[in-house]
Design a protein around this ligand. Sequence first.
Ligand code: ADP
Length: 479
Amino acid sequence: MHWWSTPSIRVRLTGWYTVVLFLMMVVYATATFVAVRHEFLEQLDDQLHDDFETAEGFLAPAPDGRIAWSGDRHHDPDNDEARGSDVWSAGGEPIYRSSASVALPAVAIAAATTTPRYESVVTNGSRWRTLTGTSLVGGRAVVLRVSRSEDRLRTQLWEILVVLVLGLPLVVALAGIGGYVLARRALTPIDHLASEARRITADRLHERLSVSNQHDEIGRLAAVINDTFARLESSFDQLRRFTADASHELRTPLSVIRGIGEIGLHETRTPAEYKEAMGSMLEEVDRLTTLVDTLLRLSYGDAGTVRLSRESVDLGQLARDVVSSLGILAEERNQRLRIEQAANISVTADRLVLREAITNVVDNAIKYSPRGSSIEVRIHADRDRAILAVADQGPGIAAEHRERIFDRFFRLDEARSRDAGGTGLGLAIARWAVEANGGSISVKEGTNGGSIFEIVLPARTGTIVEHQEHATQRMGGDA
Ligand code: ADP
């Protein structure tokens, strides 16, 4: 590929700059030339007008009744060749013809009018500007023509034209060179940035571009690139952590299966013992299957390939569904699981996906709260937002972990989570499910210990009906 097929920005910039400057200069030079020419011609016409008046003063009636030219060479002697005066009688008889202008054709008397007429005449290859008019001398009309050669004016105009035509490309060329140098200077920092950015490879993502001035264009560009590197670095870190965590999670059940298998093979066991061992293995296989399924779903969610079927969902109804299906778990742990509904609200969401989010949060509340404690699912509206909060009396979540618990595989107490059948992915799935439905999920500290998980979704307009008294549904056993 040749350089001219993909010229650099500096070459293109200089090219455009030069072309635009050239066009502007051509317009400017043309306008200047036209204005100067017009001014020169006007000056010449003014001089002719003066000449006409002077010439009129030279005409006087002679004693014999004829009109005579009394001026003897009124012209500037040095410029004799450049000026002339001619006088004819009304009948077309020449009265006076100056030597300089005899070469000019005689005036057609019939065409001569009382209004003075300016015109340019070409004779013997030279141009003359003439002023023709009639004048009354002693009561008799004569036709008077004064003329001036345009040669000097032409020479001056020609000189100006030469200066403009030769000077213009010179000025444009100099400006082009200056423009190129400036463009190069202006773009050098970009080359510098590019070579710095090229240096930062995947294993040096912690490095950043140097920013000399944060407020100029280059500084802002560098800041944007640095931001991108920061995001890339955190994505890479997340990916690394995720791969390590996922391998670890997959390995644990596999080692358990292997262990059970090895023990089983080691000694001869009773059929009942084999059955139990196989049951344990299947349990671990179930764990693995759930884990792999969840990971797959999260990766589909990341790729944006999950198709949501959005519909109007009554939030209260959905919460009651979740509570009734998890009620048995709460009952096992002697917990009170209640719904407190302050308003009837509908949201636009994929029912199954949203149900999963609520299920995971309520399931966690049951898993991590002590036996005999209370768990409340509260539904209320705040302006046009629907809020579903799950409040428990569990150990709560320290402020520094409140954002991280939504990360994949993040657990506060790994052993406890594992014992409770957790994969460390429940809240990651919940966050994806809520965000996919246009909402957000967060956790805060409960009023008397414990934690409150809040799912906020935009409410469907006109669906919020506030209740006078809170409706409460109670599930699970009392302590
Ligand atoms: P897991 O499968 O371990 O439950 P999650 O993603 O659902 O994974 O939760 C991540 C971690 O957040 C849990 O391991 C637990 O330590 C903490 N957690 C979640 N919900 C609660 C809660 N209601 N009370 C206290 N800790 C919680």
